[in-house]
Write a protein that binds this ligand. Structure first.
Ligand SMILES: [Zn+2]
Ligand SMILES: [Zn+2]
Length: 449
């Protein structure tokens, strides 16, 4: 079933007339077989350049090539070697850029996160259009304008061209390994934290709310939570609901023009962990699984403030403590090692300014009951989330990710440094409570399973 995207030209509360570049989504059984007609409907007649890796080639790339050749298209394919890990690093980026540079045509990404990140980046660099063929319900980056690439060992986000069309064949996607379903589920659960963090940004950093993007993200999340059992059983309805939610979450990012609707502290946690594992040569963990643990910890941080008394905030002494912290840069080097300078380049130095902090603490104090407490109260209880995850048979525990308590503690304390964005971790840090609760929550996550 071909679904025209309905999001064009909506005017919303943020005052922007949102124009969505994704022109068609075909989500359903048999979508791959219908692909040649879809491309013709979109008036595409040029050569199709398929990019896949060795796994996604078997999952969808080969079939896409067959369907297009039978439909009369010229096709050329690049299959990237997956062993041992395909990372979106300089080497993989160069390969895709060279392939696209040497050949004319529209790009087609057959794969999930990494393949789409690479193709989206190359499509932008060479000003080509691109079609996304989904192979797993593992992350929300099918509809996206962001490419997360690793440069000098640091995860950075770049502008990437959004896909002209998204093809998500539930027959293909339902065959994805259970771990990828578990990852996609967590990438949606994450929206509890991203939306709450966005609201903090609005309350304290003068950021803008976009009601269309926010409701798309919230509705997608709610649909997934309602379908937890179907998703866990990987039945067709569940996989359909999860894939649709992931696509819509990406669409919310495009609408907003930034990742606030879908990414907050839980993603900073995941980005830091990803860099750490890569730097230490440890096995890669799916994006969504890391996000799952980051989400649970962030929810626990929100819960920890539920009966916080704003009268206990002393802006003068807290901001003086920050000014006294001469070891910060040294600690950053100790924690981030070889990538410390790159990370320091990403950090907003304004967070280290004691005058700015003093003003913000006064604002936090003054806005606690009107603006901040309602955000905290909207975040569900960690116990309920752990029960939900447990009942689905999913697991995002630190043990399952191969982390020690000390590592958890460090990641929670320093995750906020990887992006200059206000989140629950920044709020905890402003209040002088980050280290205390990082230690407590690390222990808590190890105690729960
Ligand atoms: Zn994500
Ligand atoms: Zn808007």
């Amino acid at each position: 079933m071909i679904k025209e995207t309905m999001y064009n030209a909506q005017i919303c509360s943020c005052g922007i007339k949102h124009d969505i570049p994704v022109k068609a989504i075909d989500l359903g059984e048999g979508a791959l077989d219908r692909m040649a007609e879809l491309l013709s409907d979109l008036k595409i007649s040029e050569k199709v350049l398929i990019v896949a890796d060795t796994n996604t080639w078997e999952a969808a790339g080969r079939q896409a090539e067959d369907v297009l050749v039978r439909g009369g298209f010229d096709v050329l394919s690049l299959i990237l070697n997956r062993e041992p890990h395909l990372r979106p690093d300089e080497e993989a980026t160069e390969k895709v850029l060279a392939f696209v540079g040497e050949n004319q045509g529209i790009l087609l990404a057959a794969g999930s996160g990494t393949i789409n990140d690479l193709v989206r980046y190359a499509a932008n660099a060479h000003d080509r259009q691109y079609i996304s063929v989904a192979t797993a319900p593992s992350m929300d980056g099918y509809a996206s304008v962001i490419s997360a690439l690793t440069v000098n060992g640091v995860k950075k986000t770049f502008y990437g061209k959004p896909p002209l069309a998204i093809i998500a064949d539930t027959g293909v996607i339902a065959k994805a390994p259970r771990r990828m379903v578990m990852a996609g589920f967590a990438d949606m659960l994450a929206k509890i934290v991203s939306i709450a963090d966005w609201r903090l940004g609005i309350a304290l950093m003068n950021e803008q709310w976009c009601s269309v993007a926010a409701s798309m993200s919230i509705e997608a999340r709610e649909k997934v939570l309602k379908n937890t059992e179907n998703i866990s059983n990987a039945d067709k309805n569940g996989i359909h609901a999860l894939t649709e939610a992931l696509v819509n979450s990406g669409m919310a990012i495009i609408m907003a023009g930034h990742t606030r609707p879908a990414s907050g502290a839980e993603h900073h946690f995941a980005h830091y962990l990803e860099m750490k594992l890569a730097m230490e040569g440890r096995p890669e963990i799916l994006h969504g699984i890391k996000v799952g643990l980051g989400t649970l910890c962030s929810i626990a941080f929100y819960n920890a403030l539920s009966s916080f008394d704003p009268d206990s905030i002393d802006p003068t002494s807290l901001s003086e403590q920050l000014a006294d912290d001469k070891n910060w840069e040294q600690n950053m080097h100790r924690v981030f090692g070889a990538i410390a300078d790159e990370v320091l380049g990403e950090t907003d130095i304004q967070y280290r300014n004691s005058l700015v902090l003093k003003e913000r603490l006064e604002e936090i104090k003054q806005k606690w009951y009107s603006d901040i407490k309602p955000i905290i109260d909207d975040v569900p209880r960690i116990e309920d989330m752990l029960n939900l995850i447990d009942s689905a048979g999913f697991n995002y525990s630190p043990e399952s990710l191969g982390l020690t308590i000390e590592e958890m503690n460090t990641v929670l304390t320093y995750a906020m440094e990887v992006r200059p964005r206000y989140t629950i971790l920044r709020l905890m840090s402003d209040l002088g409570l980050l280290e205390k609760y990082a230690a407590e929550i690390s222990c808590r996550m190890f105690a729960s399973k």
